[in-house]
Design a protein around this ligand. Sequence first.
Ligand SMILES: Nc1nc2c(ncn2[C@@H]2O[C@H](COP(=O)(O)OP(=O)(O)OP(=O)(O)O)[C@@H](O)[C@H]2O)c(=O)[nH]1
Ligand SMILES: [Mg+2]
Length: 236
Amino acid sequence: MSFGTSSNQLSSVSIVTITLNEEAAITKVVSDLRKVLGNPEIIVVDSSTDRTAEIAENLGCKVIKQFPPRGYGNAYHEGFRVATGDIIITLDCDDTYPVESISTFVKKIQEGYDVVSGSRLQKRPNEMPLANYLANCVFAWSALVICGVKTTDVHTGMRAYRRKVLQSFPYEPASMALAVELYLGPARSGYKCTEIFIDYRERIGSSKLQPIAGTIGTFKRIWKWRRSNGSMTKDS
Ligand SMILES: Nc1nc2c(ncn2[C@@H]2O[C@H](COP(=O)(O)OP(=O)(O)OP(=O)(O)O)[C@@H](O)[C@H]2O)c(=O)[nH]1
Ligand SMILES: [Mg+2]
């Protein structure tokens, strides 16, 4: 799809979403995207055993099958490889994220940001369990203290990335904590990163969150991008 106001050629947008048995949510998420954006490129990296892939294909999405499931990070990595847009929007496919805010993300990229992160945590969302909220607050605080990166939500599933960041930044895909790395890493490496606050809704379907593995992965990524490790530059 095109956002014609771009002065710097960032005119095309790809949506990348990943699915592990999201047949209850996929129709609504894709329909909402079409209502708001028209006919964007929608990439679905699917690792489901249910009908998610079939439904997505019928809705006109480009479906990449990744089976058996290879985890959150590998799934997004595959989507990034396939997406053709200059701006890549990630969106977890559980209907928790506000697709109507995508134009704000795109405008921020067009203003010159490399990464725009949608924080769910301006205040505690009613739909987020208390334990998850507290864990997210601790992760964000740790990112500030250990990495010197100011953020309120390292684990959001809704971001916009300038394509060149995903092509050139050397992230490690194989992790549930990919979102952590894809904010702290670019921020510590001199890319222009910012956060906007977004609404967060109740999930459709069942959660695939693995709290213990996710917490360990998150702290590993925060430690990887610690201040005392020196800062990397975009060109190094
Ligand atoms: N392709 C693929 N998708 C996955 C995999 N694991 C999780 N997902 C998808 O990743 C997205 C995020 O998973 P969620 O279950 O929503 O995890 P979460 O947002 O941390 O947890 P909740 O707050 O409970 O929603 C969803 O769209 C899942 O279907 C996987 O191994 N492969
Ligand atoms: Mg979710």
